[in-house]
Write a protein that binds this ligand. Structure first.
Ligand SMILES: [Zn+2]
Length: 307
């Protein structure tokens, strides 16, 4: 464990790609025990058990960097156990409480699942949040998700980046899939991170890392490439969403998977971003073939699955 984490009363539960990492804060005077990001719903029992080892009474606060299903899928289970109050990006508090899964919440658009939870407080740029006996700053981090926030502790320079910065790759820029600028905001979020100069970043997926400048440079380069070649980003996004879908469902018949790739609302919308003359069905089939060709997926007896 990084020495700063002990000082700040936090433990990182590093999860996989289906479930985002969970950052658990112990209770200290003036700061109730808390969990930042709670994984995907199909892992909720595991999340409850892992968090329970650190916080036997459960958290009093659940905080989400953003409301993608792999970051808030354990909220309901944690709330059921301990009655935790929940903090989400401010623009989405009302959407959560009317459970607008077909609108402001992204779950139906990308065919992912999330158990219903309730939100009590909003998170906004400039706010302070007391966690583990220290003040954490809330910073807007649009790009991957327009409403996403990051948390930064300035004395130890620790950043909880959500999906705004990973070490090895960049997260899908969702706005671009519906024809809105997301790469510009994503670059601005990287600038903000650079200005904060964190010593260590706790990303939403993958291990905490200290090679922050390198990660920012790599993300910038990839985003610049996506800005120049929007089709490369669409391919990258479709690939990532298919992988997530198969992490969840393990295997699908090839035809069913192709049908899913073209009819899931957000993916169906990609058709409008494709160059003239490239049909969505052909784009999907080509992408699936590439995934099979490079061994990222395997086909067996008509079923497509992870290797
Ligand atoms: Zn995300």
């Amino acid at each position: 464990m990084h020495p700063s984490f002990e000082r700040l009363g936090l433990t990182v539960l590093e999860r996989g790609w289906l479930s985002a990492n969970n950052i658990v804060f112990e209770g200290r005077p003036g700061s109730p025990p808390a969990v930042v990001d709670t994984g995907y719903v199909s892992h909720a029992a595991q999340t409850l058990a892992l968090v329970g080892q650190l916080l036997p009474e459960g958290p009093a606060r659940v905080i989400n960097t953003h409301l993608h299903a792999d970051h808030c899928g354990g909220n309901a289970a944690l709330q059921a156990g301990s009655g935790a109050e929940c903090w989400v990006p401010a623009p989405l508090v009302a959407a959560v409480n009317r459970w607008d899964t077909a609108g402001a919440l992204s779950f139906e658009a990308i065919d992912q699942r999330c158990d219903r939870f309730s939100a009590h407080h909003g998170l906004a740029d400039g706010q302070l949040l007391r966690l583990g006996g220290h003040d954490w700053q809330v910073h807007a981090a649009p790009g991957h998700d327009p409403d996403a926030v990051m948390l930064f502790e300035p004395t130890r320079r620790v950043l909880i980046s959500g999906d705004a910065l990973w070490q090895q790759r960049v997260a899908i820029v969702f706005s671009e899939l519906v024809g809105e600028d997301g790469i510009g905001p994503a670059l601005t979020a990287l600038q903000r991170i650079e200005a904060l100069a964190p010593q260590i970043v706790i990303p939403g997926h993958g291990a905490p890392f200290t090679a922050v400048a390198e990660a920012i440079a790599a993300s910038r380069q990839r985003l610049a490439q996506f800005a120049q070649q929007p089709l490369a980003h669409l391919r990258y996004a479709l690939r990532a969403l298919v992988m997530f879908h198969l992490l969840e469902l393990r295997s699908r018949p090839r035809d069913t998977l192709l049908q899913w790739m073209t009819s899931t609302p957000l993916l169906a919308g990609i058709a409008r971003q494709l160059p003239a003359g490239l049909a969505l069905a052909d784009f999907a089939a080509d992408n699936l073939d590439r995934l099979l060709h490079d061994g990222t997926l395997v086909a067996e007896a008509g079923q497509v699955r992870l290797p």
